[in-house]
Design a protein around this ligand. Structure first.
Ligand SMILES: Cc1cc2nc3c(=O)[nH]c(=O)nc-3n(C[C@H](O)[C@H](O)[C@H](O)COP(=O)(O)OP(=O)(O)OC[C@H]3O[C@@H](n4cnc5c(N)ncnc54)[C@H](O)[C@@H]3O)c2cc1C
Length: 427
């Protein structure tokens, strides 16, 4: 029986495993360093205290339990050895006849790695709860601050990067400060809350139609977000940011400006692009190794349009399934097919009741777009329980302006861990 190893239980890996699970002629091992599949498109809702982590994550083991030929390993893969067809992991080596790499991507700070401490990115549950902690803590500190300048600094939020994640984060903070939290504080004036979305390019959401991107800008402004385009961040520290030589004091800076493919791709010893994505062949295998495939955010597939496909969930999902089907064709001695992405469109949401949707020639925004966004996200959420829980939470927060997960949680049990860190550094 052919041994198939899948690295990563994200959109690509899970869908490859489910497809291969139907083929009883193969034995599949899926390895992930997390024991859960994460629905990243809703991470910003955890960061903005609208949803709890468990509502956007599901155990990989239970998702794949119906497939008796698929086993799940909770381990970190550290290297791929294409010459002897093994992967090295934290729990030992695994041999493969076919390997599917689907490790996703991580944040990139373009050589300014120290910025990460001051401006966390949003890619994992840990980062989302850390961002939530920082946002809620900033409001608490503002409420306590005696000095006007300090209040202003705590109530200034900067989001770097005007793609969908930055827009969603900035919109969610705007909504939180203007509506939800405003009723809970008695000292601070929510109108003082300043949210700045900084984008280096000439417009936000540059993959969208220009008119829709402008509409999103107006929607953000209604939520109190200032959109600064053609602006370059040159420094981030614990006091705020420097943008084109202007210093802005802010206690919360968030990073949504760039990603780099998972570093495990480096061990494949094959061509990568400048963002670390592995260049794949038309069938998603890598050059000289037809039994090694790369899918999702980790892959650079440019055969369809000349440009790499975007790092979005439908690309990963379709590629995962496609690879599994091609392996099935190999086993039946049928020729492989070449991958072709079926693009159903894109969407982004800007706070409560506002979104933009682009699908084929159809382009629209506003409440109907938001409903479309909502239905699609709930549909793709893994697990029935999650769907119901998320729907209930959204309905509740929509009708009442309340947010269910406003918890400041920190491992250190200190109120302001950055201060306890400073104390430790001093002592
Ligand atoms: C905040 C945010 C919002 C987004 N919004 C949208 C959206 O609205 N619409 C959309 O279509 N897309 C969105 N995306 C992008 C989408 O989530 C990704 O394109 C998609 O998750 C890529 O799937 P993947 O399978 O390639 O990787 P991932 O889903 O990232 O999965 C990779 C998996 O590999 C595992 N892994 C990595 N390295 C190792 C290792 N060394 N050993 C073991 N396991 C490993 C990880 O634990 C993870 O489970 C968003 C992404 C983010 C971060």
């Amino acid at each position: 029986m052919k041994q198939i190893v899948i690295v990563g239980g994200g959109f690509a890996g899970i869908n490859a495993a489910k497809e291969l699970g139907k083929n009883k002629d193969v034995s599949v091992t899926l390895i992930d360093r997390r024991n859960y599949h994460l629905f990243q498109p809703l991470l910003y809702q955890v960061a903005a205290a609208a949803l709890s982590p468990a509502e956007i994550a599901a155990p990989i083991r239970s998702m794949l339990a119906p497939f008796s030929n698929v086993r799940v390993m909770h381990a970190e893969v550290t290297a791929v050895n294409t010459s002897d067809k093994t992967v090295t992991t934290s729990i030992g080596d695994f041999s493969y006849d076919y390997l599917i790499m689907a490790c996703g991507a991580q944040h990139a700070y373009f050589g300014n790695d120290t910025w990460e401490n001051y401006a966390p990115g949003l890619k994992t549950i840990e980062q989302a709860t850390e961002i939530r902690r920082r946002i809620l803590t900033a409001f608490e500190k503002a409420e306590l601050a005696a000095d006007r300048q300090d209040v202003k600094k705590h109530l200034t939020f900067i989001v770097v990067g005007g793609g969908p994640t930055g827009v969603e984060l900035a919109g969610a903070i705007g909504e939180m400060s203007r509506y939800t939290l405003a009723k809970d504080f008695h000292t601070i004036d929510p109108k003082l809350t300043r949210i700045i979305l900084i984008e280096a390019g000439s417009s936000i959401l540059n993959s969208f139609d220009e008119a829709l991107a402008s509409r999103a800008t107006r929607d953000l402004e209604k939520l109190g977000v200032q959109v600064w385009t053609s602006s370059h961040v040159s420094k981030i520290d614990d006091d705020g940011v420097e943008v084109d030589n202007e210093r802005i004091q802010a206690s919360t800076v968030l990073w949504a400006a760039g990603v780099y493919a998972a570093e495990l791709g480096n061990t494949l010893d094959t061509e990568q692009d400048r963002r670390g994505r592995v260049i794949v062949e038309p069938d998603l295998s890598i050059k000289n190794h037809p039994n090694v495939f790369v899918a999702g955010d980790q892959a650079n597939f440019s055969h369809q349009t000349g440009d790499p496909l975007p790092g979005v969930a439908p690309v990963a999902l379709q590629q995962g399934r496609f690879i599994a089907q091609n392996i099935g064709r190999d086993l039946k001695n049928l020729p492989r097919k070449t991958f072709s992405y079926l693009d159903k469109g894109q969407m982004a949401t800007i706070g409560r009741g506002r979104a933009i949707v682009e699908t084929g020639k159809l382009k629209f925004g506003g409440f109907i777009a938001w409903l479309t966004w909502l239905v699609i996200h709930i549909y793709y959420l893994t697990g029935f329980r999650n769907r119901m829980a998320v729907m209930f939470n959204w309905a509740w927060s929509y009708l009442t302006f309340r947010r269910g997960a406003r918890l400041i949680i920190d491992k250190s049990w200190r109120m302001y861990p950055e201060e306890s860190q400073q104390e430790q550094n001093v002592s």
